[in-house]
Design a protein. Sequence first.
Lengths: 526, 367
Amino acid sequence: MNAHSPALTLAMRLRQIRKVYQGTTALKGVDFDVVHGKVNVLIGENGAGKSTLMKILAGIEQPTSGQMFAGEQALTLNSPREAMARGIGIVHQELNLCPNLSVAENMFIGKERRTRFGRVLHGEQRQLAHATLQRMGQDIDVDALVQDLSIGKRQIVEIAKVLVSDVRVLILDEPTSSLSEAEVGILFSLITDLKRQGVSIIYISHRLDELIEIGDHFTVLRDGHLVGTGVRDAVTVDWLVERMIGSQMNTQLRTGTDPAVHQLAPVVLRVCDLEVASDQGSLLLNKVSFSVRRGEIVAFYGLMGAGRTELFETLIGLRHAIGGRIEINGQTLPLAQDIAGRIRAGIALVPEDRQKLGLVASASVRDNLLLANLTRYSRADGLARQPMDDDVARMIRELHIKAEHADVAISSLSGGNQQKVVVGKNLLTEPHVLLLDEPTRGIDIKARRELFEVLDSLAKNGLTILYASSDLTEIIGGADRALVMCQGRITANLTRQQLDEPTLVGWSQVSRKDSTALAPTEKETA
Amino acid sequence: MMADSLSMPARKSTALNMRSLPLLLLRLRAYLALALLVVLFSSIAPSFLSARNLVIVTEQVAVFAILGIGMTFVILAAGIDLSVGAVAGLAAMVAGYLITEGLRLPWLGVSAFFSIPVVCILSLALGTLVGAVNGWFITRLKVTPFIMTLGMLYMARGAAQLVSGGATYGDLTGQAELNNSGFLLLGTARLLSVPVSIWLMILLTLVAVYISRKTVFGRQVFAIGGNERTAELSGVRVSRVKIGTYAISGFCAALAGLIIASRLGAANPAIATSYELNAIAVVVLGGASLFGGVGTIGGTIIGAFVLGVLSNGMVLVGISDFWQTVITGAVIVLAVVVDQLQRRVEKSSAERQAKAQEDRGTPSTTA
C-alpha cells in the first residue's frame, strides 16, 4: 500500500492515530507520512477526518491513541505552543485573526518580538512582517487593521503569520478557498520556494485540479480510515475521486418518487434572481433561480462556501437579499421580512449546527419540541397542557424519536434522535417548505436512513423538502432532484436519474479553465 | 465567463483614512464632550475654573481614573470586574487595622505595627491577590466573570466589615513612637502644589499606557479581546494573561481604597460602595467596547474627567442631587448610543469605499 520509496526522508510519521470524540470516532487508526521538502496532499470528503488529523499534528487536539514521530524521535504535542516550538505551523481553514489589531501585530500574536523586559519591538515586527509579505509578493500595509482587509488579503495574512516564524512543517488547510486566481498563483510559487528551502508542506483542498498541479505525495482518507496513497504523476483526478468516494453505491437512502407525480403538483416555492451580498460587499448568492413543487425532495450540493447555507439563511429571513424574488404558493414575500414572518409564511429551517442553533441543550425533549410554537398553546390562564401533550406525543410517534420519556434531557439522546427533535420542532409550526442544512452531520448511517424515511413520508404527505449536503451519497441516495451550487450560483439541475458522483463533483468545482461550458442549468422544471 | 466574474477581485487594503467631518467628530466625541462641559460650566459658574476647584475636580477624578485603568485591562480582554469597589473598601480597612491596632499575633500576645510603606504594600498586595483569585476562578474553573466578581464583591465587602466588626477606624494619623505616622500624606500632601493622589494618577496612567501599547502582555490583552480562540491557537497563554488583567484591576482598586481612606483620615467598611459602576462607566465613556479588544487607557482617563467634571459642575451650577443621578445615567447610555452610531457610519462608509473600488474595477493585486 505504501508507495513511498525508502529513499525519501520523512519529516514526521504518524502511526495508528485514533481520535474518539463524544459519540463519534473521527480517526480510526490512520498512518500518515510527511515527506521532507515535498507537498503532501491530504484529501477526503467532508468528515473524512482530515482536519482532525491536522489538529493533532498542530497540537490543538490530542490523539486518543497512536504515536507520532519526528525523525526517529517519539513526539507528544500537548498544545499549539509545543507544536510551534517544533516548527509545525498551521494555516486554518477558517480565518484566525484578531480584527482589532494591525497586520503586523496579528502576524506576531503569541510570538512577539520582545526585549528581556517584555517590551514589544514594534519596529522590528513591522519590518519582519513587511519582509515576509514582500517575499510573498504581497503589497499589504502592515499597519492596516485586519478588519479593513478583504477576505482574500486576510487569507494571505493568515499564511504570512505562519511564515514569519521558522516553520519546518507547514499545514495549509484549504488555503485557496477564498483566494482569487492571481493570489493562488502567488501561493503556489511561494510553496515551490518553501519546498526548495526544505519546508515540508501538508496541503488540504477540495479543488482536485489544483491538487494534481501542486501535490507530490497523496494520502486519501475516507470515514476516518486511510484508503490510499500515491505519488505525483501516478495520481489522476479520477483516481482521487474513486478513492474518496469508494464503493458505497449501495447507499440508497430512500426510493425516489416518480418525477411524473411532481409534474402535476403545484409550485410551492419559487425563487427568482436572488442576490445576497456579504458584509464585505461581495456577492454570496448571484442570481439564484429555481422552483420546487409540492412534495418534492430537492438536494443542494456544493463545496464549502458555495452558497448553500447562505441560500437557506436567506429563505428563512436570517439574511436579507438585495435583489430578486421569493414566492410561496404564488405569493411574493417581502425581501426584508424577518424570521417570524417567514415562519408564518410557511418556511422552517433545521440549521446546520444542531448543538448551537437547533437545540436548547439544557432543556427536555418536550420543551425543545414545543419551543417554536408556544404562542399557539397560549391561553388566558397560561399554556394549555392538553394540546401540548398531544403534539409532543404525535411528533415522538411520527418521527420515531427514541426517547425513554418526553421529559428526558435532549442531551441524553443520540445525534440522530436529537436531529429528529429539531425536525419535529419545525414541523409543529406547520410549514409548507422545510429546509435542512447538512441534516446528517455527525449522524451514523443507520440513523441517517431513518431520518430519510421520515422525510420521505413527510414528502408523501405534501411537505416540500429542501436539504443541503456536501455528502455525495446523501445527495444521490436521498433526493428526487439535485441543484448543484458553486460560488453563489446554481450550476446544474439534475434529476434523480442523472445523479452520480462525477457529475455532481464536476459541476461543483470551481472551473478555472473552461467556464463557458457551464450550461444546462437554471432552467426551471416547469 | 461566469466563474471569472465571480472570483472576486482582491480589493486594495481599505485602510479607512476617513477624512469626512462627521466621522472625525464622532471619533473625537469624548474630547468634544469634555470641552463642551468645561465651557458650559465655566460660563454659568465662573468659580468652576478656579485653581482650587480644578484641583478638587481632579482629585475626585483621580480615584475614578485609577479604578478605571484597572477596569480597562479587564474589559479589553472581554471580562468585567464588579468587585473593585469592595476591594477598595477591604484595602482601606486592612490599612486602617494595621495602623490602628497592628497585626495581632495571639500566640505571642503582642501586636506588630508596620511602617506606612509596609502597610501600603501589604494592602496593595492583598488587592492584587484578590484580583488574581478572581482571574484564577474565571480561567481555571470557568466561572463566568460576572458571577465570580459579583461573588467577590460580597466576600470582599463582608471581609471589610469583619476586619473591625463593622466599626470605623476613625483616626489614621498613626503614632510617631510606633513609627507608623504619615498615612494621611497620601491623600493630603502636595508636590509642586499638586496633590500626591493626582501625581499617582499621572504615574499610573503613563505606566498603563506603556503596558497596553508597548508590552507583550498588553498586546496579548488586545488579541484576546479581539478573538480569544485565535490568541489561544497562536500560542498565547490566555489564562495567564487574563489572570494578569484581574490582578491589575485588584491592585488599582486597592490603591484607590488607600487614597480614599487617607483623604478621609478614616477607614470605614462602606468606603467606595458601588464604585465598580463608576469604574465601568468611565471605561465605557472612554470608548471601550464591553465585547473586548477595543479601548484605550487615554480614553478611560478622558472618561473619568467627563464624569468628574459633570458631577462637580452640576453641584456648582446648583442642579439637585436627584437630577444629577438621572443625568449621569443618561450620559452613560448616550455614550454607548453614539458609539454604536460611529460603528455604523464607519461600516457603511467602508462598504461604500469597497463598492466604489469594485465599480472602478480595481485589478486584483498581482506581483
